[in-house]
Design a protein around this ligand. Structure first.
Ligand SMILES: [Zn+2]
Length: 694
């Protein structure tokens, strides 16, 4: 489980679902570990009439019309920060995965190596008494390493050592990345990081709420130092120091909107120049400790951030650096330590910042830790049970239909020149479709998992993953690799890979429902496929070519016209209120909003084409077109706490669920026709304001 805000793989469909957990006790709760139940995924239909509120006028608020019943029936469970159709499916997955893990854990020494590994990892996590008893002993070696620092110059290898095994931010991020100019090649990369609050804006905004959050964070810093054994006065002083250091790093960091521009994230320098840019850091010792392969080029972005690091390396005394690192080691490991750390972590990150009322039961956290650290081992058992070859084939057919619809749309665009269309088609044809699970599973055989040492397991799994990442430097890109585990209820597009990725977890009912007819399936999963495809052509994705290289393939005029079309969407979403007086930061959400609109248009066209020879009839008072749109809206039914909405307004590139539906249908004449909406009604944009990009 990620108790802190995580940045998920770029351009995913919903926010990281690993954070969305439920409170209900699962069926089979009474089963003992020696008699674990056979796991089953419950069924819910992709179009649920009881989730609607037909007293609402669909032309006034289509989201409410489609989801009003769901919202009433689904209050947010106490251990959740929000609750949604996606979140419920994720919850069902957790129960299901728990069944797999309990079975694996019960078969001590009698199963294959992969099953043994996930079973031991889960069993070690569930052994709360052992975790409690170990106390801080498991992180002693890291704390000693920090205590023994003699000078700021020694920070290089220590930062490297900590980055290898600590599960949170240590000053900056270092590893491999795709070369923006040659997407077939991995190069070294350094990036901003090192903050304890979810975004740099938390340190820089000066409204009353931001100030209150910083005061509360100072208290969290102090408490963490006290848990490490500092006296209250020293803990307070150390808290103030860390806050000052992080604030300086935050000020030098790029905003999320700036980071949407891949050109701003590109700054390739020679390794020798790194020593000139940041001379106060021992890079040679840093990369040696990481055991990084030899390389000459490293991407350093943003340079302003690393210049600030360089300044602080001399302006802050060594003692302050030690405290900065001590805090981040303890803060990152808190979810895996004794209960006093777990509780403090929950109190600040989930209760105060995001509004959860109570902690998730331990088993839920343990299932998620296993999915995060050994995801492609756990995923093997998962897909064996829930993802048949037939399901893979039927979703692949849908993908092909939506790609064909996109090809038609590109040909029809009246604002784009033939030259740019040619390039766009080449890019569309170059997209790789990855459905369900990887063709080759990650090999965890070198990760030692000890049934009696939970945090040790987490550290070794983290180090395995970090080395796997670092070892890619200088290597060709592996296109078979996935950035999400198979049980994940989410999907993503990668601009540099030019691929769409649909884990098995997101291809289950009620999102993809093989028992249901095409209309709601195309509205829902078809729209998601179209969404991911459109990401290849949104404000960010459009900057990468068919091969995933950062290259302008548009004519100047076409780029200008494209920006006029996307500005229409940005202006539309900027009007929507998230919570209180906070409006959508539509320059942050632009790519997602464009993808939502484009995706649903493509899904509609593909659905019409797939069913052109069928005689579609109304069902339960809804016409086929109405069923398509209600099916679409019902992926997004949700309830959210105000704290969570506030956090997402700053950090989530997706608009709130209501606008991901209403903001799309106002731009689709097919919707107005389906529900006989009239000009002037809220769900109908006047023609001159109607936005369309793709
Ligand atoms: Zn997206």
């Amino acid at each position: 489980m990620k108790t802190k805000l995580l940045v998920c793989v770029s351009l995913c469909f919903v926010m990281c679902l690993s954070q969305i957990l439920a409170a209900q006790q699962p069926p089979g709760q009474a089963a003992t570990s020696s008699n674990p139940p056979e796991p089953v995924l419950p069924y819910s239909p992709s179009l649920d009439l009881s989730s609607m509120d037909r007293s609402v006028d669909p032309c006034a608020d289509f989201y409410q019309y489609s989801c009003g019943g769901w919202q009433k029936r689904n209050p947010i469970p106490n251990d959740q920060v929000s609750w949604s159709v996606y979140g419920k499916l994720y919850q069902d997955n957790l129960i299901f995965l728990r069944g797999i893990l309990q079975q694996a854990a019960a078969k001590k020494g009698q199963s294959d190596a992969v099953t043994q590994k996930i079973g031991d990892f889960y069993a070690a996590c569930m052994d709360e008494a052992a975790v409690e008893k170990r106390g801080l002993a498991t992180i002693k070696s890291q704390l000693d390493l920090i205590a023994q620092l003699k000078s700021a110059h020694d920070l290089g290898p220590v930062v490297a050592r900590l980055q290898l095994s600590v599960t949170g931010p240590i000053l900056f991020a270092g590893g491999s990345r795709q070369d923006p100019d040659n997407s077939e090649q991995q190069i070294a990369g350094l990036d901003q990081s090192g903050l304890g609050l979810p975004d740099r804006d938390y340190y820089t905004k000066d409204d009353a709420k931001s100030k209150e959050i910083r005061e509360r964070y100072l208290q969290h810093l102090q408490t963490t130092f006290e848990l490490l054994g500092d006296a209250p006065a020293a803990a307070r002083a150390n808290a103030v120091t860390v806050m000052r250091m992080e604030t300086a790093l935050a000020n030098a960091s790029m905003t999320r909107v700036e980071r949407r521009d891949p050109y701003k994230r590109k700054n390739k320098v020679k390794l020798a120049e790194l020593d000139q840019l940041i001379p106060n850091f021992n890079w040679q010792a840093y990369f040696a400790e990481l055991k990084a392969p030899q390389f000459e080029i490293v991407n350093v972005a943003p340079a302003s951030f690393f210049k600030q690091v360089n300044t602080q390396l001399t302006s802050e005394p060594l003692e302050n650096w030690k405290n900065y690192l001590r805090f981040h080691v303890a803060n990152a490991y808190a979810p895996y330590l004794a209960s006093k750390f777990v509780n403090e972590n929950f109190e600040f990150y989930l209760k105060y910042l995001r509004g959860a009322k109570e902690m998730q039961p331990r088993w839920k956290r343990c299932v998620q830790f296993t999915d995060r650290d050994l995801g492609e081992a756990l995923g093997q058992a998962y897909v064996r049970k829930v993802f048949s070859p037939e399901l893979k084939q039927s979703t692949l057919n849908m993908v092909k239909g939506i790609e064909a619809a996109m090809e038609v749309r590109i040909h029809q665009l009246d604002w784009m020149s033939p030259e740019t269309k040619q390039q766009a088609l080449e890019k569309l044809h170059g997209i790789r479709n990855k459905i369900g699970y990887p063709e080759k599973w990650r090999d965890y055989s070198s990760v030692r998992i000890d049934r009696n040492d939970f945090l040790g397991d987490v550290q070794r799994a983290t180090e395995f993953e970090r080395h796997r990442n670092i070892n890619k430097i200088g290597q060709p890109v592996d296109h078979a690799e996935w950035g999400m585990t198979p049980p994940t209820v989410n999907a993503y597009y990668s601009g540099q890979m030019n691929d769409i990725n649909f884990p098995a977890g997101v291809l289950q009912p009620p999102l993809y429902d093989s028992k249901m007819d095409d209309a709601p399936n195309y509205g829902n999963t078809g729209g998601t496929i179209g969404h991911e495809l459109t990401h290849g052509f949104d404000d960010q994705g459009s900057k990468f070519d068919a091969h995933g290289n950062l290259r302008e393939w548009w004519t100047k005029e076409d780029r200008q016209k494209f920006e006029e079309h996307t500005k229409c969407v940005a202006d539309q979403y900027a009007q929507y209120v998230v919570v209180d007086d906070i409006r959508i930061n539509s320059r942050l959400t632009l790519g997602e909003d464009v993808a939502d609109l484009g995706g649903e248009i493509l899904a509609y066209l593909a659905w019409r084409d797939a069913t052109k020879s069928k005689d579609l009839q109304p069902v339960a008072g809804l016409t086929p077109d109405q069923r398509f749109f209600v099916g679409f809206a019902q992926w997004a039914c949700d309830n959210e706490r105000p704290e969570e909405m506030r956090l997402r307004a700053l950090t989530d590139p997706h608009s709130p669920a209501r606008y991901r539906i209403n903001g799309v249908v106002v731009n689709m004449p097919e919707f107005s026709r389906a529900f006989a909406c009239k000009a002037g009604q809220p769900m109908v944009n006047p023609p001159e304001k109607m936005c369309s990009v793709w």
